[in-house]
Design a protein around this ligand. Structure first.
Ligand SMILES: N[C@@H](CCC(=O)N[C@@H](CS)C(=O)NCC(=O)O)C(=O)O
Length: 235
């Protein structure tokens, strides 16, 4: 049985099945990337709910695994050379899980790098910009009631990123064509999340991005996505 005692996070969220991958998360756009990937890959994992209501993500135990104090994070008891490894940053975790299993990344070097480019596009573009849009549009609307600039700036940048995706998805069912990859898993939860959590679909003019909407709908039909979107279960 794996010994995870060197990870302080396990004192607050004990591993009942220490041989399984330990997932510390909440079903947000960044969180579900990892539960979806784990479901798609059929890997054995144990989810732990990190509650923002009680600021769990800033607790010393959580920060011992992710110094950035944000979900998601994992421990794989069976990491490189058979030793446990802790990881944070959803993009890094997706690459790790894909390389561990040899799935969700194209086999060719060129295909792999192209996929990583789209993962980086999500990590550096879609996530931060959509996140700031949601902040000013939904959560801090009262703070910018007299100044439309912040919301407009992030709205327009989010729409520009949607148009990049729209062009990429022309004639392709997934970002990498016929291959469903970690680039899709990194990105579609943000498009769906902006609708679900921010109610931003009209302001972002989703109707004018039919390729993107069809791609999100296709992804949401996948059984692993349906399951992964709800993990860990909220209280
Ligand atoms: N770049 C990070 C971003 C993680 C992130 O922003 N997570 C959000 C939830 S979607 C979070 O933990 N927010 C809580 C906080 O900021 O305190 C990743 O992709 O893992």
């Amino acid at each position: 049985m794996a010994d995870l005692s060197s990870f302080p996070i396990t004192t607050r969220w004990p591993a009942t099945r220490p041989d399984a991958i330990q997932l510390y998360s909440l079903p947000t756009p960044n969180g579900v990337k990892i539960s979806i990937a784990l479901e798609e890959l059929g890997l054995d994992y144990e989810p732990h709910l990190i509650s923002f209501g009680t600021n769990d993500q800033k607790s010393p135990e959580f920060v011992s695994l992710n110094p950035n104090g944000r979900i998601p994070a994992i421990i794989d008891p069976n990491g490189p050379e058979g030793k446990p490894i802790g990881l944070f940053e959803s993009g890094a975790i997706l690459v790790y899980l894909a390389e561990k299993t040899g799935k969700l990344l194209p086999a060719s070097a060129a295909g792999r790098y192209e996929t990583l480019a789209w993962v980086m596009f999500q990590m550096g573009g879609v996530g931060p910009m959509f996140g700031q849009f949601g902040h000013f549009f939904k959560f801090a609307a009262d703070k910018v009631a007299n100044n439309p600039y912040p919301m407009e700036r992030y709205r327009d940048e989010s729409k520009r990123l949607l148009s990049v995706l729209e062009t990429r998805l022309e004639g392709r069912q997934w970002l990498m064509g016929d291959d469903y990859t970690i680039a899709d898993i990194a990105t579609f939860p943000w498009i769906e999340g902006a609708r679900k959590f921010y109610g931003g679909d009209q302001v972002l003019d989703y109707a004018s991005f039919p390729n993107v909407m069809a791609w999100v709908a296709r992804a949401l039909e996948r059984p692993a996505v349906k399951t992964g979107m709800e993990i860990p279960k909220r209280d």
